[in-house]
Design a protein around this ligand. Structure first.
Ligand SMILES: [Zn+2]
Ligand SMILES: [Zn+2]
Length: 309
């Protein structure tokens, strides 16, 4: 019986020759039969890969044999065996595309000048000490927060990571500049950069959740400060931390709770929106709210509009 695993990790470390690392990582992941996505930059590596458990272990062992990646904090989860369409290994100017490559300094110790890292336990202690003064700041795309987020979190209006700088410079969050702000994202990587950008723009007390929502969920499941489902970037598209998690998302058609995103049927749009399994099965609501004027939403599909999913 085969068991498939997905690994998620990142390392911020200076890489003088990202192209050489890309070639090595591609050959290694391909040789192990893994699929998924690896980004390499002069700032380090960010990878999400899946495959048979023994193959994934082999990949992890080899990756860690390279000294700069030796201490990689690797997050494991169970896959379905069909989680990624292909293997993609690319070199990019930034590990996470905030469009601020020159603002981030990376040394062998990681990103410099970021928010203090909080483990899930230390996060709870901060909240015990400071109470409602503490505010969560979602470091993901707003869409991801539709199905799950920390209690009371502020969700910036972002379609992509590129939108963050304009958001934090907008003045909309000025009252947070003197409060303890805890940024969080899926596995922690986006906060490594976001917390620097926030501190550089006058947010005086910024923390980042170490290991992201993934590690928090492993520690506290559904009984802590996290509500709902976690959006993930593979075919699963969402995961829950144990039984009894109710997704915060609402089906665009019938308004029942659902963690399921589908692509808008408009080929020009393809935006993800929420639609429950039953409504998908009935062929209802193929378009996102922006492509169908209010009132026309939910009209039965004609042949030409059939969802391409
Ligand atoms: Zn529905
Ligand atoms: Zn659309």
């Amino acid at each position: 019986m085969s068991l498939t695993k997905i690994v998620l990790f990142y390392v911020f470390t200076p890489l003088s020759d990202p192209e050489a690392v890309r070639l090595w990582q591609h050959a290694l992941a391909e040789g192990c039969g893994l699929k998924g996505r690896v980004i390499v930059s002069h700032q380090g590596i960010n990878a999400t890969l899946g495959g048979e458990i023994d193959d994934v272990k082999r990949y992890v062992r080899s990756t860690r044999s390279y000294a700069p990646f030796r201490d990689a904090d690797i997050k494991w989860s169970t896959g379905t065996g069909d989680d990624f369409p292909r293997l993609s290994v690319k070199v990019r100017p930034e590990l996470v595309t905030f469009h601020a490559p020159d603002e981030i300094t990376v040394t062998a110790d990681g990103v410099q000048g970021g928010g203090e890292h909080l483990t899930p336990g230390r996060l709870h202690r901060l909240i015990e000490e400071r109470g409602d003064e503490v505010v969560f700041f979602d470091g993901r795309n707003a869409m991801e927060a539709q199905i799950g987020r920390f209690k009371g979190a502020i969700v910036p209006d972002t379609d992509t990571t590129r939108d963050f700088i304009a958001e934090i410079e907008s003045g909309r969050y000025a009252e947070l500049k003197d409060r303890p702000v805890v940024t969080y994202c899926t596995g922690g990587i986006r906060c490594e950069v976001l917390s620097v950008l926030m501190k550089n723009r006058g947010f005086s007390e910024v923390y980042q959740l170490e290991g992201g929502i993934v590690r928090y969920g492993e520690s506290f499941g559904n009984s802590g400060l996290w509500d709902g489902s976690l959006y993930v970037f593979d075919k699963r598209m969402h995961m829950e931390f144990g039984e009894g998690a109710e997704s915060l998302g609402r089906c665009a058609e019938c308004a029942k709770p659902t963690p399921l995103f589908v692509n808008c049927a408009n080929e020009e749009c393809r935006k993800l929106f929420l639609r429950c399994a039953a409504c998908t099965e009935s062929g209802l609501h193929p378009h996102c709210g922006e492509c169908v004027p209010a009132g026309a939403a939910g009209s039965a599909i004609t042949g030409a509009e059939a969802p391409s999913r």
